[in-house]
Design a protein around this ligand. Structure first.
Ligand code: GLA
Length: 717
């Protein structure tokens, strides 16, 4: 007898569970849409294998030790034993109390009376983006403490064919590096224990059959959490794999007192039959409509930034900064962001974090004169802060040494000479709110660059070695502080920066509107960094700056056009000393800023595709209504072919004609003669239909290494 399935379906993806009498529903499907309403029960489709426990366990929505689950359970936790050694409750076994189900959501209410635990599993589908949001919530119904070591926010099946994984690695100035591996017989796992989601462990993973750019079944999972996390893909005895993701806890970090509950962060999952780009489009849509919260409820055109960091570092001088703002305004900058170095005695990175008032030597009349000057030029003013941190050499530390997270009796562990404040203490968060609130009240500040420059080693509070780990509490307190600040100053945008891109996820993005992607402004390195970033996160929040000609992090030198062509696809800005540029370079910079303004609507609201072909990398963004597209092709290094391949631009209207206008084509010293089609591309007289663009593609000129072609396509019919 076929059994009715519990399903949640969108256009392109679906999940299906099989209800089980008295037990926890089984996983039947997570993947393509088009499911039947009912199916054979799994028990009738599987023979009992030899040498297995009787009643061999199938993969359920919640797998626990209780019945004999030998892979990683969804819940790991226990009670401390009493004097007689009684306690435990580590081998749980849940039954279903209730199932609430409508077209877009599902709630499973479970209980384990023996272990005195209640547990809820929540599933929600957003039909527009095709992203599922899952979370779990555990309740301690016992009379003693229950220690939680792991609770998966999501635990879902992957079919045996999904044998390729794309994970993320990195380090400072080299974030979001994509690594492809074949899944094997052992588990694949990434843990983050740094207290922020870190340069080396972005909380997302993609699995597919081929991991091709535009086709093939592809699954993606992302944890909306800015602290520690674990991602696990583990083979199951039936040939499938389980994917689990959730928060990583330090030993004894999470202990539920009787009656207490723990809710996991949200896990975002999606499936696309359209390869990596199909999957990214789902996540971009989801973040745009369900996660990001803009001042006034709508994203205004992203203002072009001038960031002072690589222009002046700590060397702040009022007259010089005013001149920098003048030069920035002339080339078309719209927001001036004053970076590190503006506050009390901050001349380098050894001191003063915590002392959030203007340095009286550099700003004798406070920030007012500079803010007014910038505003007078018609630019917005933005300010760098790093509120979660404290330098031992600061007035704040001298007044409140106990506010920093450290363990008494242990040596002080600093990073960039700083300690982390214990935000979970109300007086600490109140103090920070007070300082920031005062700055925002005193000055017309439109934007905060909220930095966070160290890992949370010994994120613990308490005395002696007994202090309890405070990673989870730190992240929660950070969200609360950001929310409080945004409620008090709803017009202020906030950027999430963490030594570049060490804190980017859908959790922090509920409170922030931009991510500083990387401290590396080298355009060549940025191609890979931004490619990884864009797998889950949309381009309009991706901070992307034109850095100095010679990169401060790699020493490589690039023409302005290459630097601009790479930054063009993000939230654009300049992080260089515009005052030092000659007239020609200023004019060229102004042209690129104007190009960005002309195309940001398409890039920041459009559908993004990306890919590589040998040493070539390309990006395309097309308007949702198919009226325009911006296309870039980058050459990373030389290759044998003498010609560049044409670049297909699918997704436009096949029947309409588009005029191609090159924003930039590099000049080649050794070209023997031109080609009419590239002259037309330069002159903006080349016209192609959407059908031609999709099949034959856009002709591309040869490119020297570390150069780019950028072409805008606008419908003319
Ligand atoms: C971090 C940020 C940089 C800059 C410096 C200032 O490294 O990522 O952009 O703000 O701090 O100290």
């Amino acid at each position: 007898m076929a059994r009715e399935l519990i399903t949640l379906q969108a256009r392109g993806c679906a999940i299906a569970l099989e209800p089980v009498e008295g037990g926890v529903p089984l996983w039947r499907h997570f993947g393509a849409a088009g499911l039947p309403a009912a199916s054979w029960p799994l028990t009738e489709a599987r023979m009992q294998p030899p040498n297995a426990l009787d009643g061999d366990l199938a993969f359920a929505v919640l797998n626990t030790h209780g019945l004999g689950w030998f892979q990683q359970p969804s819940l790991l936790g226990s009670r401390a034993g009493d004097a007689q050694g009684e306690g435990g409750d580590w081998a749980q076994q849940f039954v279903v109390d209730r199932i609430d189900h409508d077209a877009q959501s599902l709630r499973l209410v479970l209980r384990d009376e023996v272990a005195a635990l209640g547990l809820e599993l929540h599933y929600r589908i957003d039909p527009d983006s095709e992203v599922f949001t899952l979370h779990a919530e555990l309740e301690n119904r016992g009379t003693t403490d229950f220690r939680v070591d792991w609770l998966a926010a999501a635990c879902v099946p992957l079919p045996p064919q999904a044998g390729q994984v794309l994970g993320f690695a990195g380090r400072w100035a080299l974030e979001y590096q994509q690594h492809r591996e074949a899944l094997g017989i052992a588990a694949w796992r990434r843990d983050c224990r740094r207290g922020r989601n870190a340069h080396d462990t972005f909380p997302g993973v993609i699995v597919g059959t081929t991991l091709a750019d535009d086709d093939g079944p592809t699954w993606g999972a992302h944890l909306a959490w800015s602290g520690n996390h674990s991602l696990l893909i583990e083979p199951l005895p039936d040939g499938r794999r389980q994917l689990q993701l959730g928060e990583w806890f330090a030993p004894d970090e999470l202990v539920l007192r009787p009656g207490e509950r723990y809710r996991t962060p949200d896990a975002l999952l999606s499936f696309s039959a359209g390869g990596l780009n199909g999957l990214s489009a789902n996540f971009h849509r989801h973040l745009r409509t369900n996660v990001l919260r803009w001042p006034g409820g709508r994203m205004a055109p992203r203002p072009v930034h001038l960031n002072t960091w690589e222009a002046v570092y700590f060397d702040h001088d009022l007259a010089g900064l005013k001149a920098l703002a003048d030069a920035a305004a002339e080339v078309g900058i719209e927001r001036f962001v004053l970076d590190d170095g503006w506050f009390h005695r901050r001349d380098d990175d050894t001191r003063s974090l915590g002392d959030w008032w203007p340095d009286a030597r550099k700003y004798p009349q406070g920030l007012g004169p500079l803010v007014r000057h910038v505003r007078g030029l018609g630019l917005q003013f933005g300010l760098w802060v790093e509120p979660e941190m404290i330098n031992p050499d600061s007035e704040l530390y001298r007044a409140h040494p106990d506010w920093a997270l450290q363990l008494a009796g242990r040596p002080m562990v600093t990073g960039r000479n700083q300690l982390v404040l214990d935000l979970s203490r109300a007086e600490v968060s109140d103090h920070l709110f007070g300082r920031l609130d005062a700055l925002l009240r005193e000055h017309e500040i439109a934007y905060l660059k909220w930095d966070m420059n160290r890992d949370l080693a010994t994120a613990a509070t308490g005395t002696g070695h007994r202090g309890r780990a405070g990673y989870h509490r730190h992240t929660e307190a950070l969200y609360a502080l950001l929310a409080r600040l945004r409620a008090a100053h709803p017009q202020v945008e906030i950027e999430s920066c963490s030594s570049g891109g060490a804190r980017a996820d859908a959790g922090i993005l509920r409170h922030t509107q931009r991510v500083w992607t990387s401290d590396c402004n080298d355009a060549l390195t940025r191609i890979g960094i931004q490619s990884g970033f864009l797998r889950f996160l949309p381009p309009e929040i991706m901070g992307a700056h034109i850095g100095p000609r010679s990169s401060h992090t790699t020493g490589r030198t690039h023409e302005l056009a290459f630097r601009a062509a790479v930054a063009l696809f993000g939230h654009f800005g300049v992080e260089a000393d515009v005052r030092q540029l000659g007239a020609d370079e200023r004019a060229e910079l102004a042209r690129w800023i104007a190009h960005h303004k002309a195309w940001r609507e398409v890039v920041h609201h459009g559908v993004l595709r990306q890919g590589t072909l040998g040493a070539l990398a390309w990006l395309q963004s097309r308007a949702q209504d198919g009226s325009a597209a911006l296309v870039a092709l980058y050459r990373r290094h030389e290759e044998l072919p003498r010609y560049s391949p044409s670049l297909p631009v699918p997704g436009l209207d096949p029947a309409r004609r588009y005029r191609a206008q090159a924003l930039h084509v590099p000049s080649l010293h050794h070209a023997r003669h031109g080609a009419p089609v590239f002259d037309a591309l330069r002159e903006g007289t080349l016209e192609l239909s959407g059908a031609e663009l999709a099949s034959i593609g856009l002709p591309m000129p040869p490119l020297p290494p570390e150069s780019a072609v950028v072409v805008g396509l606008r419908a003319v019919t």
